[in-house]
Design a protein around this ligand. Sequence first.
Ligand SMILES: [Zn+2]
Length: 406
Amino acid sequence: MLKVFNTLTRRKEVFRPIKDRLVKLYTCGPSVYSQPHLGNFRTYVFEDVVKRFLVFKGYRVRHIMNITDIEDKAVRAGRGSMKGMVRITRMNEGVFMKNARDLNMLPADEYPRATENIAYMVRMVKMLLKREMAYKDEKGNVFFDVSRFPNYGKLSRSRFRHSLDRRVYKDDYYQREAGDFILWKAWRKSDGDVFWDTELGRGRPGWHIECSAMSWRYLGTPFDMHMGGIDNIFAHHENEIAQTRGATGKMPAHYWLHVRHLIIEGKKMSKSLGNFYTVDDIRRMGYGYDVIRAHLLKEHYRRRLNLTFRSLKRTAAEIRRYKSCAKSLGKSRFWEDAPEADKLCRETLSEFNRYLEDDFRVPEAIEIFCTFVCSVQDLIRKRRFGRRNARNVLETLMRMDSVLGL
Ligand SMILES: [Zn+2]
């Protein structure tokens, strides 16, 4: 029985999808105004393991990951030119896709771009206006009226110190204060030619409505699981719930999972500290993508991952050892089949499954995987290893690796 920690209830809950064997999953994708960094990939790689484990458990997964290619920072990066913005966002989207492949992430079923779903955002905003959950100001901006949504703050358990009697105009990833938040931004001079002419007037969507509209379009409401980084809890996901429930009357998702941050050598990653790394920066230091992937999974997702270069070296050595063991299995001589090997396979798989079922204890699952390789080597040394055993071992390894992707 799979149990997941649901941010909505702050409890581990038994995971039950809406439709028997199908899981609908939405994960907040990259903001492509700049290159995705290593910290972003901690979240994406964990999400990939969740998806792979659901497949391992026999579910079919429909996975949508959006591409945020329009928001304040993207407009600024393009200096108010649509052409400039598209050039930058497409380039960074390409880097993201390449790194996702490098890190062996299974592709999502679709990667909808925000700029290609403006019509759905407009539709949703219109629904909110009609239900009087939103209002237009004198400049043509549309805001969500938080006072009309009594459940506001439930996901983040925020007790708002400031009155909600203010308006939040910016698309701010690190927003801390609440208030009526923006759904539609009327055109301003600084937007240049970045705008859409719609029934809401000339302008562009706010960041939060993008994910509500795209998850609604591609998965419907409600869907099963919504994931993202921990800084999405407030305000992004709080606002998504308000928007989707406000417009459709239904929750967007039943289970909300959030991944904590990655820090480097005990410090927050930032450009000003000079410890800001992309996946390829680490690759250029001589670490393989498999090492990077393994390392990003080395701490439970609800704990902060402190990446140090010493620990990264350790992971590299572990991966080298495991890969050479796996290779030597292929070259092994065979003796008579022994029952211990089959028993080892059975027990390993069941333990592996048990750890992952307990809110995705991936570090322990990796440990099991490595221990298994060593134990098999032991059996070979003792000549307790036959052809059937070898097939069984290989299958066990492949089953586990279908989840870990190493
Ligand atoms: Zn999102």
